[in-house]
Design a protein. Structure first.
Length: 128
């Protein structure tokens, strides 16, 4: 396997800009931020913040799997969300989806995200 490759898959929403789903360099995979878009339709899933965050993590998980890694190998995650009121739900869902040893994490509020997304998440994962 090449130590430097790009990854774009059908199991995650199609990139809508000049980027790929992920880039592998050496033993790490850098995944582009994912939002709560359904990979089949490209539309946001219904159900508000929690549904969008779970879908964003599902998208992230599909990309990681295609890259040969998993959520369990995430070493760093970054989450941006729009509404402060969603902080508790974000922490709860994150705790349900990521397991020990937990990745390092940055999370912060953003004034806006692409096309009205409520949350986005990106990560760096190990291939080891």
């Amino acid at each position: 396997m090449s130590s430097d490759r790009t990854i774009t898959i059908k199991g995650a929403p199609e990139p809508r800009g000049p980027y790929v789903h992920a880039r592998q360099h050496g033993g790490l995979v850098y995944v582009t931020a994912q939002i709560g878009r359904d990979p089949e339709t490209g539309d946001f899933v219904e159900g508000g913040f929690e549904a969008e965050f779970n879908q964003a993590i599902d998208n992230l998980e599909a990309i990681l799997k295609a890259a040969g890694t998993s959520l369990d190998k995430v070493v760093k995650a970054q989450i941006e969300f729009v509404e402060e009121a969603d902080l508790d739900a974000m922490n709860r869902i994150y705790g349900e989806r990521f397991h020990e040893p937990l990745p390092a994490r940055t999370s912060f509020g953003a004034a806006f995200l692409w096309k009205g997304a409520k949350v986005q998440i990106d990560c760096i994962a190990s291939l080891d």
